[in-house]
Ligand binder design. Structure first.
Ligand SMILES: [Zn+2]
Length: 239
């Protein structure tokens, strides 16, 4: 069962004019970046995996076809969003994130070349300012997605997470790219709508101590962990 995330994809056309009230009508196409949940979906080493229990799949006693399942699993697994409350007590839970913050234009900052040679790569402020220099300013109307291409390794936990081990001891063996604290503060200062990445966390796998996710989430930014089924668009600005 997919958790869908759509974004307006690449367009070479100029950005559409704003409507009264500041809303931007979306142009372009929508890209589904989600994986289906399955038994091989990757979860944090200490989290419960995904389980599917078939309730019915056939002609029932009343003579008609009926399909239904039960499912369970940790909420932070696969393609999902983290609400601000994940690291900020008293802040919005998923149901309290306004719809206006869940829909909008996205930009893609491609760090896949750096991540290919360094599983512990952390997106830097330099990556963000370089993107702005080439494409224009990042502002509070935008979602910012980071492309590492670790999504191509899904669902191979050994290369996607750095380890196939489970339990507390496995956390120290995690290796995947994330966002450096300085870059997170930069994004929080810009008050972007959301940030997303195609790895298991916005903190890189070797992060210890206090997660920098709390820095960005305190600004009411929500975040998404995208394990892209398809590659995020190559173009750097998507509307
Ligand atoms: Zn999460």
């Amino acid at each position: 069962m997919p958790l869908l995330f759509g974004l307006a994809a690449c367009s070479q056309t100029p950005p559409p004019a704003r409507e009264a009230g500041g809303n931007v009508p979306l142009a372009g196409s929508y890209v589904d970046l989600s994986h289906d949940y399955a038994e091989d979906s990757i979860f944090w080493p200490t989290a419960e995996g995904f389980r599917l229990e078939k309730v019915s799949d056939g002609i029932n006693e009343k003579g008609y076809y009926y399909a239904a399942n039960n499912f369970s699993g940790a909420e932070h697994g696969g393609t999902h969003l983290d609400a601000p409350i994940h690291f900020a007590q008293g802040h919005a839970s998923v149901d309290q994130v306004p719809l206006s913050q869940l829909i909008g234009p996205a930009v893609v900052v491609d760090v896949s070349a750096k991540a290919a040679s360094n599983a512990d790569y952390q997106v830097s402020v330099d990556d963000l300012t370089a993107w702005e220099k080439a494409n224009g300013p990042i502002d509070q109307t935008m979602m910012v997605l980071f492309r590492t291409d670790f999504s191509k390794r899904w669902p191979d936990a050994a290369t996607y997470m750095g380890t196939t081990e489970r339990g507390d001891a496995a956390v120290a063996k995690l290796h995947f790219p994330g966002i450096a604290p300085g870059a997170a503060r930069w994004l929080a200062d810009r008050k972007v709508k959301a940030i997303g990445i195609d790895t298991a966390s916005i903190d890189y796998g070797q992060r210890t101590g206090r997660c920098m996710g709390s820095i960005s989430l305190r600004s009411r930014t929500w975040r998404i962990s995208i394990s892209c089924r398809r590659r995020a668009p190559r173009c750097s600005r998507c509307r």
